[in-house]
Design a protein around this ligand. Structure first.
Ligand SMILES: [Zn+2]
Length: 431
């Protein structure tokens, strides 16, 4: 049996976080006459605004952004485009696609608001001195999918036109965004969302048939995970299977040397600015499929990723052997739910690696040998479930996931074993 390979999205760090933090606004204190700031903004280059004018600009643009969010919720394309420079045909087309894509979802909550400014000389040259570029936060909660609001960012440029502001660029400063910024499934070509029960599958509009197929597979995976994951999970999940490799991801390989290919990953989402964030409990996640694998997805690979989606709300502190081991445990259990299938070849291969096992697999072991580490992590969970039962192992998972420190003590509390004793027991376990 070919073993699917993947990456834990949480290990990736933000290389660009520092670049954004240093961008500031040059303030010129005390220059504006009270009550005249609207006119003053019109005449004042962005770089020379007073603190009061800057605050007013922020207020005006946030109002414009709120109107766009309302337009999405109400299905009002005209209002959505009201502040867009529709003389730029390409920009207008992209904005129409964005609107139509967003309309594929139900939003319990949707809001946009300015984050940090990021002035760019070439845009000032192109659009004149009032040009204003900024990261914009998108905070939203998808109906039937997200238990809590989550956030991502986009990059927009506005210019002063009359008494208002006009959106003139929607991707000119994407390099300052978070790694998932402007990389949501709705940010590329026209999409379609296929719904089946609590599963939503996002695919390119022209691949709707693929979406139907994945949705049927995903529903089987949801049932499988619910059979083997004893913690509460209602099965609400989004699977993103777009052709673009940039959607919610950058890397599709992992490990040292030539590395290995990631088939799919569960990408956690947070309710906070995704740039420079400190680790916090995820508010939700999306299962994102490697575009090259999207036409050959099977239910056991999805069962692995859905185990991550089902456990993500518990916290992100559990050690890798627990996170990946439990997902493998569920994947194998789902396969063997069908009496016609077995994972015996996988079992045999893993048993052969146990004699040389030096540690419960962590990031170093996974990067060195992904296949071996997934297998050994699975074996740790097989052992624990055999010895303590699935309920107690899931309780151990939840305890580990919620605590940033003290993993050894938590393992000891639940199993009466030190990590070394657990390792020794796992190496002896024959399954
Ligand atoms: Zn995994």
């Amino acid at each position: 049996m070919k073993h699917p390979r993947r990456l834990v999205a949480a290990v990736t760090t933000l290389a660009i976080a520092g670049a954004v933090a240093v961008v500031g606004v040059r303030l010129q204190q005390g220059a504006a006459a009270p009550g005249s700031s609207a006119a003053a903004i019109k005449a004042t280059p962005s770089s020379q605004l007073t603190a009061e004018q800057t605050a007013q600009r922020k207020q005006e643009i946030n109002k414009l952004l709120s109107a766009r969010a309302t337009a999405v919720r109400k299905g009002d394309l005209k209002a959505f485009l009201a502040a867009v420079n529709t003389k730029d045909a390409k920009l207008a087309a992209r904005q129409r696609t964005l609107f139509a894509n967003l309309r594929q979802f139900g939003f319990t909550r949707l809001e946009y608001f300015l984050a940090n400014e990021h002035q760019v000389p070439r845009l000032t040259e192109k659009y004149g001195p009032t040009a204003f570029s900024s990261r914009v936060m998108m905070r939203y909660q998808l109906t039937g999918l997200d238990a809590k609001p989550v956030q991502t960012d986009v990059a927009y440029t506005f210019v002063r036109r009359g008494t208002g502001w006009l959106l003139v660029e929607d991707n000119a400063i994407d390099e300052v965004l978070s790694r998932d910024g402007h990389r949501q499934p709705w940010d590329f070509q026209p999409i379609t969302v296929v719904r089946r029960g609590k599963v939503s599958v996002v695919v390119a509009q022209r691949e709707a048939a693929l979406g139907q197929k994945i949705a049927a597979t995903a529903q089987q995976s949801v049932s499988g995970v619910r059979r083997h994951w004893p913690q509460p999970w209602d099965g609400s999940v989004m699977v993103v299977a777009m052709p673009e490799p940039q959607v919610m991801a950058i890397f599709w390989t992992n490990g040292f040397g030539r590395g290995w290919t990631i088939a799919a990953k569960d990408v956690p989402l947070f309710d906070g600015d995704p740039v420079g964030r400190t680790p916090a409990r995820a508010a939700g996640s999306r299962i994102v499929v490697n575009p090259e694998q999207r036409k050959k997805l099977d239910k056991d690979l999805l069962a692995h990723e859905m185990t991550h989606a089902a456990s993500v709300l518990l916290g992100n502190e559990a050690p890798m052997w627990m996170v990946e081991g439990y997902a493998e445990y569920v994947r194998c259990a789902v396969i063997e739910d069908d009496p016609g299938w077995t994972v015996d070849p996988y079992r045999k291969n893993v048993r052969k690696t146990l004699a040389s096992m030096k540690a419960l697999p962590g990031p170093t072991e996974f990067a060195t040998n992904g296949d071996r580490s997934y297998g050994q992590s699975w074996w740790v969970i097989e052992y624990l479930v055999d010895r303590f039962g699935v309920q107690k192992v899931a309780a151990l998972y939840a305890d580990l996931a919620a605590h940033a420190t003290g993993a050894d003590a938590i393992v000891k509390k639940h199993t009466k074993m030190t990590p070394a004793q657990l390792l020794a027991a796992v190496k002896k376990f024959r399954g």
